[in-house]
Design a protein around this ligand. Structure first.
Ligand code: URA
Length: 241
């Protein structure tokens, strides 16, 4: 395992907030492999190093992984000055979890929450290219030409988006529905791609992340990832190490 900041490991183990843990370190209350560590930055491997605070051994928090079907109006940050409802509040666990990547407030669908920061950082990185599938409700019709443009990539401020898979689920005069699969995770990427071909998005739902599917999970509900799903994510993130 990569080395992590000592205060982060202490906070994740439930000792105190990260800032208070920094203070504990500076006060000399923390030992790593029996030696006092009272300077920052300090890095540890929580799985190998013996860490104590005031003589008490710190055990690394067990890794937890959840899948949430995020409702509309819920945000994916850890704190919100405006007091909006957060995805982390909908998942009942005593561990300190956070969202892997983001869905914007208006978007519904699946998001992974975990306390495994190493895996979360890798999963959010475009290098690992995990496929994410969205069902997009569109106001009006969609033309073949627009589908082709979406597939080839759309120029956004960050550059051209990668190739996308696009399937038409419903072609109506007033309303259409398509399924879009992308491997990047730019901010509001699907909405901006659709805007790039002049299509107004009415609804946006993420239905799949890699092999993990929304099926059977009601809006606002969560469940732990299965062992097979966690293994699938681990395999994806180990692939290119
Ligand atoms: N694309 C978007 O536009 N919004 C999301 O939340 C995710 C992908």
């Amino acid at each position: 395992m990569a080395k992590l900041r000592l205060q982060k490991v202490l906070a994740a183990a439930g000792v105190d907030s990260r800032r208070n843990c920094e203070q504990l370190i500076l006060e000399g209350a923390v030992r790593v492999n029996r030696k006092v560590v009272d300077e920052l930055p300090a890095f540890v491997d929580p799985e190998k190093d013996l860490i104590t605070v005031d003589g008490k051994t710190i055990r690394p928090a067990a890794k937890v992984y959840f899948l949430l079907n995020k409702p509309k109006g819920v945000i994916c940050t850890s704190s919100d000055p405006q007091g909006r409802k957060k995805a982390i509040d909908l998942v009942h666990t005593k561990e300190r979890i956070f969202c892997v990547g983001r869905l914007d407030a208006e978007t519904t669908g699946i998001i992974i929450l975990t306390n495994d920061s190493e895996m979360a950082n890798k999963l959010a990185h475009p290098r690992y290219g995990l496929a994410k599938t969205y069902v997009v409700g569109i106001r009006g019709q969609i033309a073949g030409e627009q589908v082709e443009k979406l597939k080839k990539g759309i120029w956004l401020a960050e550059g051209k988006t990668g190739r996308a898979s696009v399937k038409i689920l419903k072609r109506g005069r007033a309303e259409s529905r398509i399924e879009v699969t992308i491997r990047q995770g730019l901010n509001r990427q699907v909405r901006r791609m659709l805007a790039g071909v002049g299509l107004p998005v009415k609804t946006l739902t993420r239905t799949r992340i890699g092999r993990i599917e929304i099926r059977g999970l009601g809006v606002g509900k969560f469940r732990p990832l299965t062992k097979a799903e966690v293994a699938h994510l681990k395999k994806t993130t180990d692939k290119q190490n």
